[in-house]
Design a protein. Structure first.
Length: 121
């Protein structure tokens, strides 16, 4: 059994599913509307399978209204991804800050050496 974050990243790995999520950024849509852009290259069962993966990963919710199956984004699942990525963003920012400080010291030393030797930049 996979944890929720693994299911989420697996669902996000597919470009078709990411395109479906992009459609849902505009607002709620039914399954037929989500399927339209993909029907030339994909069967309806394949599209349904993609939606099931998104639903299982909790990225979308699908409800039932008579014969309609409206889908919408589930913000909570995206918050889990954002929280996970945030740890790595902090790591990279700290790494870049250390690199910046190091480069400033190297540049200052180089400039001081050139000034001492009578050369200009």
């Amino acid at each position: 059994m996979q944890d929720n974050l693994s299911q989420t990243f697996a669902a996000l790995a597919d470009p078709t599913r990411r395109a479906m999520l992009a459609q849902l950024l505009k607002g709620e849509a039914n399954v037929s509307d989500l399927a339209k852009p993909f029907l030339k290259n994909m069967s309806l069962p394949a599209i349904t399978k993609h939606l099931q993966v998104l639903e299982k990963a909790r990225l979308i919710t699908k409800t039932r209204e008579a014969q309609w199956r409206p889908c919408k984004l589930n913000g909570d699942a995206f918050k889990d991804v954002s929280d996970w990525v945030e740890h790595y963003r902090i790591f990279w920012e700290e790494s870049f800050d250390r690199l910046d400080a190091y480069l400033k010291t190297v540049t200052a030393k180089k400039n001081a050496k050139e000034k001492k030797n009578g050369r200009k930049k």
